[in-house]
Design a protein around this ligand. Structure first.
Ligand code: 5AD
Ligand code: SF4
Length: 438
């Protein structure tokens, strides 16, 4: 009689990098004969991939672990916490949450292969760091999407922005060999993928460890792969967003006319205290260069409100930049002090209510900007990569345009995983509405 297959369930919190790591973990376990399960109640191993960037992310994890404890009380299931919180908290997690059996940092997730077996230790913690790039054969990743693939090109961060925990959880920058990146992109193209999303905490500082070639070369090489039609990358840092990168984007038609460029604050004084390494003017210079060479490019950003010492005037400067740049999408956060960071030694001086008021003001303005800018697109026809039926309104299909805006559309035919030409007929602040024309 054959042995019963082990079943695993994986829940991902946080950013695209974590989603991509979860796809890699799933592939690794599947190759070892385990089966991915859609429900935690059916699994022998529950993996929780975690985010530590804000205190709220950690709180969400603890409440999720509380829910898992109920499942674990009823049946024999092991729980592994992996990723950033695992790296940060290590052994501490075993004491904090009764439902945790294993704790594995971002460089240690391959250990799940042995921990998944029967007879594994009761409790296990591993948070050692590795300087080497963890090679994963391209065919091994179990991706959620059949047409848009994440490709990790670097990991970690050397910037040490004053508020940010990432350099402590993800470690120092390490780069994936270009050869290996291209192998994976070719593998995607061979499987019919249309879009590649290059990932890393700081993609612009990419440096091929074998040849010393840099980010612009990486973009050109990826664009040369036949079959991949859209290339996106994330995240960029204004500090090292060199003119050459803008020129390469402009000269490489497959690179989507869209860029996520975290501003964090529109005040040079606050930026300085955040140790961001650029001024408001330098940021605006990059924006004008991008728009000069790629008219119509969509820009998205991250904003932190209420950084220690942020005055009303400092905050007003952020609002001014938002009005001036008119971002197509924006993620805003209340400052939250994180362990180990430089800013955690400063007094968290902006009262909670003030942070909340500022957050709401940013979001109100951004909603207004998006609604106005979306209205201008009504009547235009655009290419959309269809992701499937809209979750909220299943009679519509949903996808993204080149500028990374969400487009919901009517269509008689299912174009999931393909490009559709969509004529825009309406909009809301967070999405466009249209109908398929061809
Ligand atoms: N508090 C609030 N927001 C933060 N971010 C990073 N660290 C913090 C923090 N301590 C935000 C930044 C970053 C995004 C991923 O999360 O805006 O770009
Ligand atoms: Fe954090 Fe700054 Fe690195 Fe981004 S660049 S991950 S904000 S330290």
């Amino acid at each position: 009689m054959s042995e019963k297959k082990r079943r695993f369930y994986i829940r991902t919190f946080g950013c695209q990098m974590n989603e991509s790591d979860s796809e890699r973990i799933s592939g690794l376990l599947a190759r070892a004969g385990a089966v991915k399960s859609e429900r935690p109640e059916e699994a022998d191993l529950i993996i929780v991939n975690t985010c530590a960037v804000r205190e709220k992310s950690e709180q969400k994890l603890l409440s999720y672990l509380g829910r898992l404890a109920q499942i674990r009380n009823k049946r024999n299931v092991r729980v592994a916490v992996v990723g950033c919180v695992a790296q940060l908290r290590g052994w501490e997690l075993l004491g904090k949450a009764a439902a945790v059996d294993f704790v594995l940092g971002p460089d240690n997730t391959a250990e799940l292969l042995t921990l998944m077996q029967e007879g594994a230790p009761q409790k296990h913690v591993s948070t050692s760091r590795s300087k080497e790039w963890p090679e994963t054969p391209p065919g091994l990743i179990q991706r959620d999407s059949q047409f848009s693939g994440y490709v990790t090109v670097m990991e970690g961060c050397d910037n040490f922005c004053a508020y940010c925990i990432v350099p402590y959880t993800r470690g120092r920058e390490k780069y994936r060999p270009l050869r290996s990146v291209l192998e994976e992109v070719r593998d995607l193209a061979g499987k019919g993928y249309l879009e590649a999303q290059l990932l890393g905490q700081n993609v612009n500082s990419y440096l091929d460890p074998d040849t010393g070639r840099q980010f612009p070369d990486l973009l050109k090489e990826v664009a040369a792969v036949q079959g991949i039609e859209w290339i996106r990358f994330l995240t960029s840092h204004p500090r090292n967003f060199r003119p050459e990168i803008v020129e390469t984007m402009a000269g490489t038609r497959k690179v989507c006319r869209e860029l996520h460029l975290p501003l964090q604050s529109g005040s040079t004084a606050v930026l300085k205290r955040m140790r961001r390494g650029y001024t408001r003017e330098a940021y605006l210079d990059i924006v004008s260069r991008l728009r000069r060479l790629m008219p119509g490019i969509n820009l998205s950003t991250d904003i932190i409100v209420g950084f220690p010492g942020e005055t009303d005037r400092n905050f007003e400067e952020t609002i001014e930049v938002l009005r001036q740049v008119r971002f197509s999408n924006l993620f805003s956060f209340r400052y939250s002090p994180r362990p180990l960071t430089e800013a955690s030694k400063l007094e968290d001086s902006v009262p909670k209510e003030v942070k909340q008021r500022r957050l709401e003001e940013v979001q109100r303005l951004q909603r207004e900007i998006q609604l106005e800018d979306h209205s201008r697109l009504v009547g235009q026809t655009m290419r959309v990569l269809c992701q499937g039926r809209s979750r909220k309104t299943p009679q519509l299909f949903s996808g993204r345009n080149e500028g990374n805006q969400v487009v919901n559309f009517r269509s008689d035919e299912d174009s999931t995983g393909r490009f559709a030409e969509v004529r825009i007929t309406g909009c809301g602040p967070f999405s466009l509405l249209g109908e398929k024309t061809s």
